[in-house]
Design a protein. Sequence first.
Length: 354
Amino acid sequence: MPEQSDMGVEADSSSDGRPLRRLRDLDPRPPVWDRSALLRRDCPFCGTRGRPHVERPDGLTVCLCPLCSAAFISPAPAADEVARFYRGYRGRHRVEAFADTPYAHRASIPTTAEPERLAHLIRSRRALDDFRVQVIASHLKLTGARVMDLGCGVGQLLNGLHSLGATVEGIDPDPDAVEFARSSLGLDGVRLGSHADVDGTARFDLVVLQDVLEHVLDPRALFTRAAHLLTPGGFLYLWTPNATLAAEQDQPLVLRGDYEHLQFASTRTILRLAADLALEPIHLECIGFLGSLEDVAHPHNASPPRTAILRARIRRLPGVRQLARIRNSLRSSPRERAGTYHVFALLRRPLPRA
Ligand SMILES: [Zn+2]
């Protein structure tokens, strides 16, 4: 991995000396970092020196990696700042900041502060309604499979995989999320900590990196750890915001929201990492939004606050959830899979040759 060097904040200019283009704002919840403690870094996936590309709406510089086509923030927040931020991530940051914005309906999404509502919501979802679980299940028999979710959050995916017969474990740095997963979902295999705290001798049939590679300062170390935990024939499932088209687009959506994201892998990044760790690519897809992110892709569809609050109340009426579930299961998959916001990959550790 590249060493981080403290060179302070570099001037935000492109390689030809002109000021960087600034992207249009979208997200009402920028994390507050200590700007005086930002650290310059090279590509966190391959160690190559990046070139400044655009200024993100939160004022941080997005660099592009000429070797693996990743996009990454440099200078970036220091490790202790990032750790502090994630200790209250799922409850406070993900939802509260949406109140009084066009995304107010998101403020009605239950958090760990309302464990009963959140548990009810998670339990009402069928695991196989998620097309990502469908892809995983088409390659791996989940009954009896041993699963580790690195950065499992409140345990939603683990709850679904458990319902399909898997033995599930997870680790997350947010104490509220871990307490919820254990107490409200009964997931005893979820623990507080980071990927480095997972027993290095344990082996799993499926290791999950869903919405996590973009959040850590050292994604290569996380990826390497995940690969190390695979049993021969085991699968690494990866879902992360996609840098593949970021260099070509004028206002790439992927760089304009969720400013806690510190880097963005491309398909080339994933294939390089897989090759470095001798993993076989089984599935690789650039893929759009799940329903909950659609309003960010199409801001003109976002409901005004009053309508959104009314809709949230209607959703709580008896029977409405069941109807919504039927509607969701009938929705055409192509619509769900339009767009290119994420990279979705399934990689396999090969079986030893006989
Ligand atoms: Zn790179």
